[in-house]
Design a protein around this ligand. Structure first.
Ligand SMILES: Nc1ncnc2c1ncn2[C@@H]1O[C@H](COP(=O)(O)OP(=O)(O)O)[C@@H](O)[C@H]1O
Ligand SMILES: [Mg+2]
Length: 138
């Protein structure tokens, strides 16, 4: 597929996703322009989470197309979606209780230097973020 001159930063077209026994999404389309804020509203089981999981690379859809800035994409993981600045911030955060605050903040997004995690940088960046939020946590 070719990149089109889309006015949308994100476009989902005719997304269908079936789980065993349930058609969670039936040709759902969503278009977002730069700077817009949307609320996705629907009753429990309407398919909101599934749609966002498709957008953020958690699930593959069975059919349909996804474009980011007019470019056709197909994310196979949240990490791939993140490369296009598409991130899902879940309502309920799961923390790794055994890990430090800094480790939790950068979980899956660690600061690396070559093949090694740069823990000093992780700590420094975490400190900056906490200061920004005016929270005092060790
Ligand atoms: N991993 C899954 N396996 C099987 N069925 C699922 C799964 N995730 C969601 N569903 C089903 O898909 C439908 C849509 O669910 P969901 O996207 O979670 O809705 P919402 O977020 O709007 O409450 C529901 O019928 C739900 O039971
Ligand atoms: Mg949900």
């Amino acid at each position: 597929m070719q990149k089109n001159n889309s006015p949308y930063i994100v476009e989902m077209k005719n997304i269908t996703k079936t789980f065993p026994g349930t058609k969670a999404l039936d040709k759902v389309s969503l278009r977002l322009r730069k700077g817009e804020i949307h609320a996705l509203v629907g009753e429990n089981g309407a398919g909101k989470s599934t749609l966002m999981n498709v957008l953020t690379g958690q699930f593959f859809c069975d059919s349909g197309d996804l474009y980011v800035e007019g470019e056709p994409v197909r994310f196979s993981s949240p990490k791939e979606a993140m490369k296009k600045s598409i991130i899902l911030v879940p309502q309920e955060l799961n923390l790794v209780m055994e890990a430090s605050v800094a480790e939790n903040i950068f979980l899956g997004n660690e600061k690396v230097s070559g093949i090694w995690i740069d823990w000093k940088k992780v700590q420094k960046e975490a400190k900056k973020l906490l200061e920004l939020l005016s929270v005092e946590i060790d």
